[in-house]
Design a protein around this ligand. Structure first.
Ligand code: LLP
Length: 428
């Protein structure tokens, strides 16, 4: 991949004007100078633009778009989607508290995840979430007990594992038989029967989520067909499923991927639903990456150029603790200079300061840069900051949201002292 790709992922919100990279109306080098690096920068307009095709394709149908906040759970990001009418897909009590802190509506929250604790269930019942996406028969029993103890009935959907291959990286594929997620398709009817008997539960829906960074429509249609077969069987037994939740997973372009647009995916799903006479039901989606991935970049400063016999290294101030995707999934993400310069370009690995050989952000990149320059790792809005850690006692990066030519600091940079604030020395 070259550093001067004509169209960057995230275009038109990530684009060069002359030699300078702009994030919406803000020049990336200026942001780096003002807020320091490593720095996550997001475009609010890009998030709005990514949601648009989902909303337009579903207009006129009963629906709820539940932003899968694990992709990026920073409060200002949640606030942005709440203001646009979104609900949230959460997977922990911590995420629920973030929704509440950001002003999100708990009645628009679906609670996914295969290991909900009783305390998490209690809290979610107290604030009144829309639905629990239940992942096992055992969880049904526990949830019913917890709800009964609070004199409530928990709204439940069963997450069914449709056993379809989403054709994505094994770590982010979730809808196959061998995955830990969901209730096996052939056990689902029995699970629904059991749910209907339990005093603390109210069956309201069915859901699936087959994986992430999916770049084709076909696996979604296969999953939908498998789910609709179940809906028909379950409803023939007298249970009513008010909503159908098809999860998230739509991919984005990192380098040369060509995923379908969200409206094209939804149009295909609606056509299949209508063809099967099932178009009237409330539809839920749980997109994460496709709403925020291309709306963010990670800015990082070049610390040292380190030529070598076998490899050249470009050592930067961001590392695997800031952005785990390359180390964890061998993910390829675009890396471009914040300001293009007339310097000889060399092929190098872009690596961070962490003491692991797996600490790289990009391999074999052609870059013409010097120490002190700023680089932008592209498509870093999803699963960047939300997966960041403090490994090597590295304070986590700051975050900035831009809109037009305005920029707001939405999360301050951590300090080393803050990292060990909760620790104590032994007496003596
Ligand atoms: N719903 C459920 C139940 C999920 O487990 C996920 C993601 C989503 C929705 C949202 O999927 P998305 O639209 O973002 O693809 N850290 C990995 C991705 C892990 C996805 C986990 N589940 C990465 O950086 O590629």
């Amino acid at each position: 991949m070259k550093d001067d790709d004509a169209t960057l992922p995230g275009d038109p919100f990530m684009a060069y004007r002359g030699d300078t990279l702009f994030i919406d109306g803000c020049a990336a080098p200026d942001l780096a100078a003002r807020f320091a690096t490593p720095l996550y920068v997001y475009s609010r307009a890009a998030m709005r633009a990514a949601l648009g095709p989902y909303q337009r394709a579903l207009a006129g149908r009963a629906h709820l778009i539940c932003y899968a906040m694990k992709a990026n759970s920073s409060l200002a990001v949640l606030q942005t989607f709440a203001a646009l009418g979104c609900g949230f897909d959460i997977v922990s009590g911590g995420e629920l508290e973030r929704v509440l802190a950001a002003g999100g509506d708990p009645a628009k929250v679906v609670f996914s995840g295969l290991g909900k604790t009783r305390a998490e269930m209690r809290r979610a019942l107290e604030v009144g979430v829309k639905c629990f996406n239940v992942e096992s028969e055992a969880e049904l029993e526990t949830l019913s007990e917890v709800a009964t103890s609070l004199n409530r009935r928990a709204p439940v959907s069963l997450r069914v594992n449709p056993d379809v291959d989403a054709g994505t990286h094994p770590y982010i594929s979730t809808g196959l038989k061998g995955n830990k997620f969901g209730i096996a398709h052939d056990r689902a009817v029995a699970a629904y029967r059991r749910a209907a008997q339990l005093p603390g539960l109210a069956v309201v829906g069915i859901d699936c989520h087959i994986g992430s960074q999916i770049t084709e429509i076909a696996p979604y249609l296969d999953a939908l067909d498998r789910l609709l077969d179940l809906v028909e069987t379950v409803e023939a037994e007298g249970l009513r499923l008010q909503h159908l939740d098809l999860g998230g997973g739509l991919g984005i372009r990192y380098t040369d991927e060509a995923p379908p647009a969200a409206d094209a995916l939804i149009a295909a799903l609606l056509a299949r639903l209508d063809a099967r006479g099932q178009g009237g039901r409330e539809l839920l989606f749980e997109p994460g990456r496709s709403l925020v991935g291309n709306a963010g970049v990670l800015l990082t400063e070049v610390l040292y150029l380190k030529p070598g016999e076998a490899k050249n290294f470009c050592v930067v101030d961001a590392a695997m603790n800031d952005l785990m995707r390359p180390a964890l999934y061998e993910a390829t993400m675009g890396i471009v200079p914040a300001r293009r310069r007339d310097l000889p370009a060399v092929v190098c690995d872009v690596v961070g300061p962490v003491c692991e050989s797996g600490d790289w952000l990009g391999r074999d990149r052609l870059l013409g840069v010097e120490a002190g320059d700023t680089l932008a790792v592209l498509s870093a809005g999803a699963y960047g900051m939300s997966m960041a850690s403090n490994y090597n006692t590295r304070p986590r990066a700051a975050e900035v949201m831009v809109d037009g030519d305005q920029a707001w600091l939405i999360r301050e940079r951590e300090t080393a002292a803050g990292l060990f604030r909760g620790e104590t020395l032994l007496p003596g």
